[in-house]
Design a protein around this ligand. Structure first.
Ligand code: 93A
Length: 522
């Protein structure tokens, strides 16, 4: 049964489209109630409307802080039609069948540079959300409209249904309304939360993070999983979230994850660098005088795994490098802080390659963000691993100190190891990964895999250095490295058997440095 809308309350901060909507409602015979500013605007346009204060017999007070917070308004909205009729009559409450509200512009206010705390607080809408929630709750009888975009749809439906809005639409609009007030309160909590600094508050605030859906995906990690990509609306730093897709198919779930892994790794380098990622792990990393040299070297680590990989640069993509990639390999994604027009034209030869351009890298480390891991029944929250040792912080523990060349390679390998899934072993030489052993349950196996990969690709391990993301529990890892021809090792140290491990290095003439910092990554 269609119950036509007979009375509507209009109270909007964003007045876009409200005059036409009000006129449309009047044409359907709807009586209008409105608050101060909205009322005056409608009057100016000769729309017949009654002020809320006249309807309630109670004035707007406290500079508008209390304008619609009245039982005649909330009773009119919340009344269960049929059930509450007697109490309505007793208290002279007229039904309000539709509420059209958008809220004080809190986010726009706090986005202004000169916004004070008191400006922000004055812009916390109380009466608006109260009506929105009341009307959304009572959607079995009432219609809540919070988006200016919905005006036409609502009028259209009323015109075709003798002034009524269907149950399905009322429900849909109610869902939108609760999303709207949830986001609104989230923005308030975020803003106020930023004013406190202890970690409990910071972690708690995380759950109010307002994320915006950037993209629906065809599927998640696997085709039977639904997925979408949500981003932080205020993300500024160059990232996969802020990247602009210059060409190619939409990113898949795994594309986003791997592009993030590749780009965050390449950002760790100050020299021109290239990182190739496959299945969340770097399979080739190198620095070079040019992007092309870095790419050539990174590719050479493991051309087999690089096939269908993600390639990230920390400098703009130039035409020579684009040519080399396009001619040499199948690639899913290329991401760089800048894409030359000539490079873009070359990549365009391969229609499916996703070419992502980010803003320039700031060079300054990002503010500590949080990292999440879902477990069944909960969420683990931690600070992101933004630790990185410098040359001065290294302790030489072996008899032989590393040479200058070894030291450079050790620091390079250490940076890479931080981004490889644990257990991570990285062999490197002359600013190039020689072998990467990732994600094994034992460190010795990661070391063996790094060696096997190097051998398979014809890269010589002797003369390389080794990085290990965590300490060696036994000497066997060092013995194996010595056998492979590794000349220097970087690792956190801190094992009960450190001395045994150092002895193994000394026996083989290996230089060993401790970082004192571990980089597990799971
Ligand atoms: O200050 S309020 O929280 N107190 C209220 O009772 C109230 N009722 C509606 N703000 C209130 N509103 C808001 O006023 C609405 O959500 C809307 O954003 C705005 C419309 O005011 P005007 O019609 O005077 O421009």
């Amino acid at each position: 049964p269609h119950t036509p809308v007979r009375r509507a309350l209009l109270s909007v901060s964003d007045k876009t489209g409200i005059v036409d909507f009000a006129k449309g409602l009047r044409e359907q015979g709807v009586e209008l109630l409105s608050t101060g500013g909205t009322f005056r605007l409608l009057k100016e346009h000769s729309v017949e409307v009654q002020e809320v204060s006249e309807h309630t017999g109670f004035p707007e007070i406290m500079d508008g802080r209390v304008k619609t917070l009245h039982p005649k308004i909330h009773g009119g909205i919340l009344a269960r039609r049929g059930q509450d009729d007697a109490v309505m009559a007793e208290n002279d409450i007229a039904p309000i069948d539709m509420v059209v509200v958008n809220l004080y512009p809190f986010e726009a206010t706090v986005a202004k540079d000169d916004c004070t705390l008191s400006d922000a607080i004055e812009n916390i809408d109380i009466g608006g959300p109260t009506m929105v929630r009341a009307c959304a709750k009572n959607h079995a009888y009432t219609t809540i409209v919070v988006n200016t975009d919905d005006y036409a749809r609502v009028l259209g439906e009323m015109a075709s249904q003798e002034g009524a809005v269907s149950q399905a639409t009322r429900f849909d609009l109610a869902v939108k309304a609760f999303e709207h007030t949830a986001a609104y309160d989230g923005a308030i909590a975020n803003y106020l939360g930023r004013k406190v600094s202890d970690s409990d508050a910071r972690f708690a605030r995380t759950f109010n993070l307002q994320l915006e859906k950037k993209q629906d995906m065809r599927y998640g990690e696997n085709p039977h999983q639904q997925a979408a990509f949500y981003v932080e609306p205020d993300a500024q730093e160059a990232s996969v979230a802020t990247a602009v897709i210059r060409q190619g198919k939409p990113l898949s779930f795994n594309n986003v994850a791997d592009t993030d892994a590749a780009f965050e790794t390449v950002k760790a380098f100050t020299e021109t660098a290239c990182v190739i990622v496959k299945h969340a792990n770097p399979c080739g990393v190198a620095v070079g005088a040019t992007a092309l040299e870095a790419y050539d070297k990174a590719f050479a680590t493991d051309p087999t795994s690089a096939f269908g990989g993600i390639i990230a640069f920390n400098v703009a993509l130039d035409a020579d490098t684009a040519r080399a990639i396009v001619d040499r390999q199948f690639v899913e994604v290329i991401i760089a802080p800048g894409i030359d027009d000539a490079a873009a034209a070359i990549v365009a030869e391969k229609k499916n390659v996703r070419l992502l351009e980010t803003p320039a890298l700031s060079g300054t480390p990002a503010a500590t963000a949080l990292d999440f891991k879902r477990v069944n029944g909960g969420l683990l929250v931690q600070e992101q691993d933004q630790g990185m040792v410098t040359r001065d912080a290294l302790t030489v523990v072996s008899k032989r100190a590393p040479s200058e060349q070894e030291l450079n390679d050790l620091l390079f390998a250490w940076k890479v190891a931080k981004f490889v899934k644990s257990n991570a072993i990285v062999y490197a030489k002359a600013g190039q990964t020689i072998g990467v052993g990732a994600g094994q349950m034992s460190r010795v196996y990661s070391a063996r895999i790094a060696g096997i990969k190097a051998e398979d690709e014809g890269l010589t391990v002797p003369g390389s250095v080794m990085a290990s993301d965590a300490f060696f529990p036994f000497r066997d890892g060092i013995d194996a490295a010595a056998k492979a021809g590794i000349t220097a090792v970087i690792q956190p140290g801190g094992s009960m058997r450190d001395q045994e491990v150092i002895d193994a290095a000394d026996e083989a003439g290996i230089a060993m440095v401790f970082t004192g910092m571990r980089h597990f990554r799971h």
